[in-house]
Write a protein that binds this ligand. Sequence first.
Ligand SMILES: [Zn+2]
Length: 133
Amino acid sequence: MYIRKDNIILKTIRENKKHKKIYIPSKHAVTRWTNILNEEIFNNKIHPFKDIEIRRRHGCHAEHIGWESGPFVYGELSMNNWFWNKSEFIYTIAHEMIHQWQWMNFHKTNHGRTFMKWKDKLRKFDIPLGVEV
Ligand SMILES: [Zn+2]
């Protein structure tokens, strides 16, 4: 599988990753990038987050919150209100989308085998996948 150099994800990450240019996310931007990553990387397999929250977070960039309510399963995303640059923002969304995928399919989230199985695919888009977010 080859990725074109003008692919929107690859292009945005390469343009932004070397710069310390504080990026302030909006809900709109989170939704937009969730849709782009879903289409380009995850084959539209990932359920949308039921809710997206942006607030000052301490100690991490984001958190996936999984819910089960009667017969329903869904996940919410909580994001920090700033990132060192736009690339960090995209890395974080990709990380949390994998947790969403884990939650919807396996009802648990972790950084184990089902998480790391996405690592090679993400690397093709210059997105590092680690435990830290
Ligand atoms: Zn994680």
